[in-house]
Design a protein around this ligand. Structure first.
Ligand code: GAL
Length: 698
């Protein structure tokens, strides 16, 4: 669910003609006279002519910063199947009367579904933890269920995907619902305990945490419109629930921040921003209605987090909520649409909401209105927090709107970033079609189609669209060769693997990963061998780093072949004893343009030469003899298509450069870059690297 109409008045006939006397389509930032409740910005309703918008930068990978978080989102009850909670109990009474039942059967298809996420090429995945599975009865703790989530996290990380966990996404155990759920403040400690235990279990691996998903939607749908459990229509009870949700969020945030890893994790509230615009812009009553709804649905919650004082919708006074002020490290924004307000708004979802004449209706009947995402960002900007789009997507059964929906919303996000707004990431709702609450299975939001009979998942065109935009922006996995013996370094490498030798205060590997991370890389695979066990405790905050140890020395080629199942389709190959701080983006551009199976970096500033290149292609590689026709030296970083490994690889010991480079003569591309590389092959070179790092501003 993502929109709401409050029962303030009688239903309006959906055929009412839209009156557009002051609002023009294609006009930018139409300034209105009335300022919104926070009095900071003018209330505007931008509409643009999307046929004129060019999406070049989305396609060529220049629209978003290198470290942008590319994600997809789901929620436990909507995909897992087999849940017993407040929702499963309510479903027979819901609008659609459909039962969630097996849902997508994700509980039994976790690995397959992680494959779907990996195939999209995204770097982040938002999921929720089903409290009712873990604490099915008061006082119980289901270790196996908790372990399932721990395994999910491990599997995500092993696939280079950063998890984001939500602690409350609309569902709760029946025993807790029976105690009155969020209606009673004395119940909150149960959810806090659950959150603490899950945080203790996962926070060594999960950096991103959402406390509560959409408290305004939960409150309004459950206690005002009666479309969510418990199906109540009471402003009085809604007021108590709203207040306690904010208390719960604040306590959860403060408690988790105080725990081990709390300081390393980013914990935030997820707020659905539903815009309300006056239907007729000349009518003060429409303005008033829009303003009231905006205040109740959006502003009072945001102001609560900003000031620490919360005035629940329909309450007369704001109350101080302990710990609420600044209780978020980021603000999650779920954005779906805007609604046009009149004093006569329908209270039934069956009646189509009003839309502007040029707008397109989604299957949920509300319009696609991407321009509003910018307004949602502006609305939360005053919190001074990084913004993450924790959900955005569309119900679109035949997938004919979704590709454009994705492009428009990403375009708006990219423009906001270019204008200086701190938007860090975008999670598409949803990974796959799923159980859409009161709508049951009738509203399909997925990038993958799910056949709910067979449970088969199929990528939609929109999934391919999203994947291709993500791919054009993401820095591929870096694969680091760290298995060498390092004999030239002498004694030290008898005790420590070369990549863990410290230079300027930390292992060379950390310096290499720092650089890769600055180049937007979030995923590294380190191939170890000699003394490989010593990497066990190694981590690099903000990056997924996986290790793969060769059983016996296999040489550079053998090590890659041995790790082939862990390689991404395209990867950046680096040496574990070599710092080569080059711009990955231009290297990747050369690779893309050349359409080569492999692109190596070469410099001409080196005392020896080991390759011959012409017109951007490798003509010959010769590591052993210095002939006069050589005109470049391979300087370390290269881009490799996995197909090269599969084609030229074999079991046993073999050298990557001596096998693959000659074989790819005439085919491999050469990227000329004069940036110095710093290896630590000998004690002298190690000392030079130390000096370089001390003096550099890298
Ligand atoms: C949000 C909700 C999601 C999903 C989505 C689509 O409000 O958090 O669970 O249902 O709407 O309507």
């Amino acid at each position: 669910m993502s929109w709401v109409q409050l029962p303030l008045s009688a239903p309006l006939n959906s055929t009412t003609k839209s009156d557009d006397c002051t609002l023009k389509a294609h006009r930018s930032w139409d300034k209105a006279l009335l300022s919104p409740p926070d009095g900071q910005t003018m209330w505007t309703e931008e509409h643009r002519d999307w046929t004129k918008v060019k999406y070049d930068s989305l396609e060529d990978g220049t629209a978003f910063p290198k470290q942008f978080m590319w994600g997809v989102a789901t929620a436990s009850h909507q995909i897992e199947g087999g849940n017993t909670n407040n929702w499963s109990a309510f479903e027979p009474r819901s609008k659609s009367k459909q039962l969630s039942g097996e849902a997508c059967d994700h509980w039994n298809r976790r690995t397959e579904d992680i494959g779907l996420i990996t195939d999209l090429g995204v770097s982040h995945y938002r999921f929720s933890i089903e409290w009712s599975r873990i604490v099915p009865q008061e006082g119980e703790w289901n270790e196996q269920a908790a372990q399932w989530y721990s395994d999910l996290v491990d599997e995500l990380l092993a696939n280079g995907i950063q998890p984001m966990a939500t602690l409350h996404h609309f569902t709760q155990p029946i025993w807790w619902e029976e105690k009155g759920g969020f209606e009673r403040e004395e119940n909150l400690h149960h959810w806090i305990d659950f959150s603490k235990r899950m945080f203790a279990l996962l926070s060594d691996r999960v950096r991103w945490w959402c406390t509560i998903n959409e408290p305004a939607v939960f409150t309004t749908m459950g206690y005002v419109l009666g479309e969510f459990p418990p199906g109540v229509r009471s402003f009085k009870r809604a007021k108590a629930v709203a207040m306690n949700m904010m208390r719960a969020h604040a306590t959860c945030y403060q408690t988790l921040k105080g725990m081990e890893n709390g300081g390393l994790c980013e914990i935030g509230l997820v707020k659905n921003i539903n815009l309300f615009d006056p239907y007729r812009r000349w009518n003060p009553l429409h303005w008033l209605q829009a303003r009231v709804l905006d205040g109740m649905f959006n502003r009072c919650w945001i102001n609560g987090v900003r000031t620490g004082r919360f005035k629940p919708p329909s309450a007369l006074r704001a109350k101080r909520v302990p710990g609420l002020k600044n209780s978020s490290d980021f603000i999650g924004v779920n954005y779906y649409t805007h609604l046009l307000a009149t004093p006569f708004m329908p209270t039934k979802v069956e009646i189509d909401p009003l839309i502007r004449p040029w707008e397109q209706r989604t299957d949920f009947r509300y319009p696609m209105y991407a321009e509003g995402l910018r307004r949602a960002f502006e609305m939360v900007k005053g919190l001074g927090l990084p913004i993450i789009v924790t959900e955005n997507g569309v119900a679109d059964d035949d997938d004919d709107m979704r590709p454009e929906h994705i492009r428009r919303h990403l375009q708006i996000t990219a423009e906001a970033i270019a204008d200086g707004l701190d938007v860090r990431g975008f999670y598409h709702w949803s990974l796959m079609d799923n159980f859409e609450w009161a709508e049951g299975y009738d509203q399909r939001f997925g990038l993958y189609h799910v056949d709910f009979e067979t449970k088969q998942r199929t990528l939609k065109e929109s999934g391919a669209t999203y994947a291709s935009i993500v791919k054009s922006h993401r820095t591929p996995q870096v694969v680091i060769m760290a298995g060498g013996l390092g004999t030239r370094l002498g004694e030290v490498t008898e005790r420590i693997p070369k990549s863990l030798v410290e230079v300027n205060g930390k292992p060379i590997l950390s310096h290499i990963l720092d650089w890769a991370q600055r180049q937007g890389c979030l995923n590294a695979l380190v191939l170890t061998g000699h003394l490989g066990e010593q990497f066990d405790e190694f981590t690099h905050p903000g990056m997924v780093v996986n290790f793969h140890q060769e059983p016996t020395p296999l040489g550079t080629g053998g090590a890659l072949w041995n790790a082939r199942s862990l390689l991404e389709d395209r990867f950046i190959l680096l040496w574990g004893d070599d710092l080569h701080p080059i711009d990955y983006h231009s290297l990747l551009k050369t690779h893309e343009k050349a359409g080569a199976p492999l692109t190596m970096t070469a410099t001409t500033k080196h005392e020896q030469m080991n390759l011959k290149h012409a017109e951007g292609r490798l003509e010959a590689y010769n590591k052993t003899t210095q002939t006069s026709d050589l005109n470049g030296y391979e300087s370390g970083t290269s881009v490799v298509e996995k197909s090269v490994v599969l084609e030229h690889g074999k079991e046993g010991v073999w050298s990557w450069e001596e096998t693959v480079y000659p074989a790819l003569s005439g085919k491999a591309a050469v990227h000329l870059d004069q940036t110095a590389f710093w290896d630590m092959g000998t004690p002298e070179r190690l000392a030079l690297l130390e000096t370089f790092l001390k003096e550099s501003t890298l």
